[in-house]
Design a binder for this molecule. Structure first.
Ligand code: AMP
Length: 218
């Protein structure tokens, strides 16, 4: 099963994608996480991406597409994946469609998690991320068991530079301009499904399971 998570930054896509991956046994592929990992390791890719990420802009399509195609070509992606943060532009989506079509394949579901902009700004100011394993938390809605510490790997949680309020506003503007057109794109492919992202995380996930069908080994 090949799933794409659409929705503004901060809509909760990452949290839902992690859970889908676990329950449905497919890898969770977050382009943002891959960029951050490269940044931490100071690879050329990471250093180039940083200049865009820090100001809330998108990393250029050619770089992003190359990286994503390499990832979905790995063995663990044979039975599908959940993409979180890709595609973010129409050219990215077109390239993915083209590459999948080469093997007679296509995206099965594009899940659009919708949340109004006002809610996004409030949510993101409380977001904390684990620099060790990439897991995300919220100080009110999804707090770790021990304040400031990752439940999964024990690293100290941080407020990402791109979650700072002024960067959030810029990322929302970029989302509306460059990513929102993907809703119509996937609607045209007949795979778009809308999810109300304003309800609790449990209820968001319940909507997703209702659409995808219960996981085999739940
Ligand atoms: P995220 O963690 O998905 O919010 O991504 C963080 C940042 O990584 C974004 O603000 C972009 O600068 C960059 N990024 C992630 N995915 C993409 C993508 N598909 N295309 C371009 N830039 C991306």
């Amino acid at each position: 099963m090949k799933i794409i998570m659409l929705g503004a930054p901060g809509a909760g896509k990452g949290t839902q994608a992690q859970r889908i991956a676990k329950d449905y046994g497919i890898p969770h592929i977050s382009t943002g996480d891959i960029f951050r990992k490269n940044l931490k390791e100071e690879t050329p890719l990471g250093l180039e991406a940083k200049t865009y990420m820090d100001r809330g802009a998108l990393v250029p399509d050619d770089l992003t597409i190359r990286m994503l195609l390499a990832r979905i070509g790995e063995a663990d992606c044979r039975n599908g994946y959940v993409l979180d943060g890709f595609p973010r532009t129409v050219p990215q989506a077109e390239k993915l469609t083209e590459v999948l079509a080469q093997t007679g394949d296509k995206v099965d579901f594009a899940l659009d998690v919708t949340v109004p902009d006002e809610d996004i700004v409030e949510r993101m100011s409380g977001r904390r991320s684990c620099p060790g394993c990439g897991r995300t938390y919220h100080i009110v809605y999804a707090a770790p068991q021990k304040e400031g510490v990752c439940d999964s790997c024990g690293a100290a949680l941080v407020l990402r530079a791109d979650d700072a309020p002024e960067t959030v506003l810029k990322r929302l503007a970029v989302y509306h301009e460059q990513t929102e057109p993907l809703i119509a794109y996937y609607e045209g492919q007949g795979v778009l499904r809308r999810i109300d992202g304003t309800v609790s995380m449990e209820d968001v996930y319940a909507q997703i399971v209702a659409l995808l069908g219960e996981p085999a080994e739940a």
